[in-house]
Design a protein around this ligand. Sequence first.
Ligand SMILES: Nc1nc2c(ncn2[C@@H]2O[C@H](COP(=O)(O)OP(=O)(O)OP(=O)(O)O)[C@@H](O)[C@H]2O)c(=O)[nH]1
Ligand SMILES: [Mg+2]
Length: 201
Amino acid sequence: MAFGRSSRRKRPVDPVTLKILVAGGFGVGKTTLVGAVSEIRPLRTEERLSEAGRPVDDVVGVEAKTTTTVAMDFGRITLREDLVLYLFGTPGQDRFWFLWDELAQGALGAVVLADTRRLEDCFAAVDYFERRRIPFVVAVNCFEGADLFPVTTVRAALDLDPEVPVLMCDARDRSSARDVLVTVVEHAVDRVERPREPVTS
Ligand SMILES: Nc1nc2c(ncn2[C@@H]2O[C@H](COP(=O)(O)OP(=O)(O)OP(=O)(O)O)[C@@H](O)[C@H]2O)c(=O)[nH]1
Ligand SMILES: [Mg+2]
């Protein structure tokens, strides 16, 4: 892109704002990721996991977890002076599925966080974005003690289309989480520029 003389002068720009969803199964690190990258104090809607909730809250693999998201997480990150992302973390538990359509409205793209110890927990999120044609990337949150499978294995297990990016991340680490978000934006922009062939039934 050619920059004219006027564009070299420093002046405030109105940034483009994009909405990105951070989705995935229960306890996979969605709230953690939004909190790690957000430059504003993230809005959280955490409730304590109670004994009463044990039968419905499957905490296998995340036994240390004491709270769960009941509505959404919200955060913001400025990727560039002219590009700001609004991040919406979904609740992970099935009983909050009714909130997803509301949260997904207007989203440019999504991150599906996955934990290789419970990979099947992200099937529903992958399905959801595939059906609605919302571009998404799969980010494997590398918990300690979890087997590190190669990207090709994760891709095959989730039966992903070849163009869906899969990457490893640490949801607690700001730069790692930021890399995931950059990948989503790049992938979504790529999809807008090169739309897929319509599915024939
Ligand atoms: N070891 C390790 N722990 C993590 C990582 N990411 C998150 N955690 C921990 O895992 C637990 C779950 O994290 P959350 O961010 O609450 O998960 P969530 O996906 O928002 O959970 P729900 O909203 O209940 O579905 C917390 O105790 C985090 O501290 C990680 O990369 N490594
Ligand atoms: Mg959460």
